[in-house]
Design a protein around this ligand. Structure first.
Ligand code: SAM
Ligand code: SF4
Ligand code: SF4
Length: 338
């Protein structure tokens, strides 16, 4: 008995993780997330005073842990653009029931910050990298960074003892020819690489199902060159199907939210940078926590809102994908946090 609380939703899924977007801004313009045509110079990003302060975020995390949350992921936008992020991580580390603190980043600013992040108490980083080929990568990130900058960030994180995973979003005809070189490179380097099926997040990326490369296709393609052995999920709610390369312990994973949705095990809540609580990545609306926070709500009142929001949750967008009208409006991923 570990004294852990289970606060379950309508589909009996416990609340275990909170993903917090600390900024809606980003220095990249990945076409599948923040296409430059939409997120241009006139785009209305949140003002600083609209963002939750670290004190507000820490108070909310404490309340979430009272309902069973054990893992915290900081994301965005690009979380390393938020000033003084290590201060927030230090604060989270002081919360006893938080077992795991992770960061999702494009790694363009990671090299100079890895050591401070580790010292502050960060456990893990997930670095996004969509290609090793310079031209392909630049085309995908809106010409904002070279490959080497990201690779240097990855190695800096590993050197200071952060656990590193690399995530690659695969889009047919754009970077699917990079699947094998990426697998070979990161197998050699000893970092777990995870391939993410391109998803219909937000309304800006003109998603089309025919642009998705399925997990099975990628497993087949990689397996022909480097045989793969399936592994068991290591915990309830794990998003990636895990494999290892035959004859090694080196892992590789696939996040197949389109071809094999995993809503039945989704234990994640999301908090936007301005304090909206969302219960699904594909939500069209959230519940405002910032207003009650700033109007002086007691912990009990905030807890009631969070408990009721999760208790009423029925989301299973990926399992119902085909049933939604094309007019269905979703929150952008850079705002809600990946
Ligand atoms: N900027 C950070 C980064 O890129 O790692 C954190 C935020 S980003 C929104 C989080 C993750 O979402 C990244 O791994 C990114 O590749 C992924 N992502 C964004 N748009 C996506 C899409 N349409 N389909 C699948 N994954 C997507
Ligand atoms: Fe920025 Fe990450 Fe979105 Fe790319 S995926 S635009 S790096 S937030
Ligand atoms: Fe969770 Fe929503 Fe994704 Fe399903 S679609 S796994 S409910 S975030």
């Amino acid at each position: 008995m570990n004294g852990r609380v289970d606060w379950t939703d309508q589909l009996n899924r416990p609340l275990r993780d909170i993903r917090i977007s600390v900024t809606d801004r980003c220095n990249f313009r990945c076409g599948y997330c923040m296409p430059a045509e939409v997120f241009g110079p006139d785009y209305a990003f949140l003002h600083n005073k609209e963002l939750l302060t670290f004190t507000e975020i820490l108070r909310l995390i404490r309340l979430f842990t009272g309902l069973g949350v054990e893992k915290v992921r900081l994301t965005g936008g690009e979380p390393l653009l938020r000033a003084d992020l290590p201060d927030l991580i230090r604060g989270i580390r002081e919360i006893d029931s938080v077992m795991d603190i992770a960061l999702t980043t494009n790694a363009s600013l990671l090299q100079g910050k890895a050591e401070e992040l580790k010292k502050a108490g960060l456990d893990r980083v997930n670095v996004s990298l969509d290609a090793l080929d310079e031209e392909v990568f630049r085309r995908m990130n809106g010409d904002r960074s070279d490959v080497n900058r990201v690779l240097t960030g990855i190695e800096a994180a590993a050197e200071v003892g952060l656990r590193v995973k690399v995530n690659m979003v695969v889009q047919k005809g754009i970077n699917d020819h990079e699947v094998l070189p990426m697998a070979q490179y990161f197998k050699e380097k000893g970092h777990t690489l995870r391939f993410i099926e391109y998803m219909d997040v937000g309304n800006s990326n003109s998603w089309n199902r025919s642009d998705v490369v399925s997990k099975n296709k990628m497993v087949e393609q990689i397996g022909k060159e480097m045989p793969l052995i399936p592994m068991e999920a290591s915990y309830f709610g794990e998003v990636a199907s895990r494999y290892r390369y035959k004859g090694t312990d080196q892992e590789i994973g696939f996040i197949s939210s389109v071809s094999e949705p995993f809503c039945g095990q989704c234990t994640r809540a999301r908090l936007s940078a301005e304090g909206q609580l969302y219960t699904c990545l594909f939500a069209s609306g959230g519940v405002d926590l910032r207003a009650p926070l700033r109007q002086g709500a007691e912990d009990d009142e905030l807890l009631k809102i969070i408990r009721e929001t999760w208790g009423e949750r029925k989301d299973r967008y990926s399992e119902e994908r085909g049933n939604h009208p094309s007019s269905y409006e979703k929150i952008e991923m850079s705002y809600i946090g990946g």
